[in-house]
Design a protein around this ligand. Sequence first.
Ligand code: G3I
Ligand code: 9MR
Ligand code: ZN
Length: 501
Amino acid sequence: EQKLAFIDSKNNDASEFSLCTKDGKTVYTAKLKDSVTDKVSGQSIRAADFSDFKTKGKYYIQAGSEKSFSFEIGERIYDEFFKKILQYFTYSRCGEEVKAGAWSHPACHTTEAEIYGSDKKKTVIGGWHDAGDYGRYVVAGTKAVMDLLLAYDSTKETFQDFDILSEVRFELEWLLQMQREDGAVYHKISCYNFCRFILPNEEKDAIVLSPVSTAATADFAGCLSFAVRFFKDTDKAFADKLLDAALKAQKYLDKNSDEYYTNPPEITTGGYGDHDVKDERYFALCGLYSATKDKKYLKAAVKLRKKKLYESYFWGCVTSYGTEILLNYSDLKGEDKLKKELEKAVIARAQALCELSQESSYRTAMKKVHWGSNGYVCDEAHILLLAYNITNEKKFYNAALSQVDYVLGCNPLNVCYVTGLGSEPIKKPHHRPSGAVKKVMPGMLAGGPSEGLQDEVAKEKLKGKSPLLCYIDHECSFSTNEVAIYWNSALVCAMAKLGLV
Ligand code: G3I
Ligand code: 9MR
Ligand code: ZN
């Protein structure tokens, strides 16, 4: 297994490094790799490669006068850590009492929701709160469900002591309530505005169902049709409900042109706007083909591909959920040309990511560092692992591993971006339950650096810094220090597919 550490050669002219046991005994020495300088870190970094050292134990790296945090080499070292990352979903449940230690609260958001633009109301209960806020967004929730189902399917034994299918079902039961009678899906449900840093049951403002959107309706169709396979043997009635809802959503999509979501003036919670929904429509068709084997969906999906879809798992560009469904969960007998085209597209994207990672000082696979960059690199790891699954080429696996290493500590700030874990844990995430009780909930992946400086604190404190340094552990920096269910789910998926858990 690849094992790398990173030394900033600006402050350290050592040419070699040592691996030392806790009591200071050197067990391995090697030369440092040549330095690499890139745009995102702006630093000149040398890698310490100790991949061929295999003895289990606790160690630290010494290079010149610099000493790393201690770390462990061994089997299943992430198990406890992984449980906390999964627990975040259960602790984020809306609409029911949550027993979560310091973050426990009675049921929240159980009042009827107003349907925006009408005088009607609808009761919609459940689902996970999105992130540091208490909104529930279909685009975000369906991504999180897809990541968790794909993680579960890649290493079922990993989830022996966490009932991931029940957790996912909790979100699916909520999603089913987000569908309008005509098959369209409401974009989100939230209060009209973000609340202060209070516990969710203390948010008593009116709740509103926002207008429907093509992105939400298509993500809904793709996600629910894919979920059918996980429930059809254990609860056929529920699986049928999922499929019926997905088919109804697809009928709406077939009959209606694109409806892009933007917040009406009275609603100021999160947007998840998206003005290119070809990828969502493609994802929906792939899910329905997989669930029904009806070639009309495959034909329509192939037609959409001709518009040059970009392989990605990002919340705003979900092509690869569709591609992965076709490659790994669909009957492609007699479709060799299509299969080759899909594989070629995935491998081309992964090859570019591999090269980008090799040229990056911390092996990160990103040119720009946007809001949610930590979730983004985990999504890129997912593409690399899909390519590894196709080609069995270790370079894809290693590049994916580097993305997880980066969010867990191999970064210019030497910080583990998951709350409550690592040698220097995050102290002030933008997360209302943690802020309300003044205790940080563990297991949440922070969004991480964002060069756009899109909150007041970032503007004030991070101006002029290199992109990977544009992070601040400050409760008000929502553009760098918020947490989100679909960043956690992307990390769960990458770690599971890497076989780390
Ligand atoms: O894609 C463009 C890129 O082409 C352009 O170069 C760049 C310039 O800054 O912007 C990019 O768009 C960014 C977009 O995310 C896609 O990455 C926007 O700047 C950026 O503002 C946008 O951030 C989103 C943020 O909401 C604000 O809309 C995050 O992805 C998204 O994760 C975040 O989601 C919020 C919810 O709204 C509310 N709940 C919390 C959640 C997490 O913070
Ligand atoms: O808490 C909100 C966070 O979930 C969103 O991602 C972010 C951007 O939409 O907005 C946060 O809410 C802030 C609002 O945008 C501006 N006033 C302060 C709010 C709390 O930080
Ligand atoms: Zn709630």
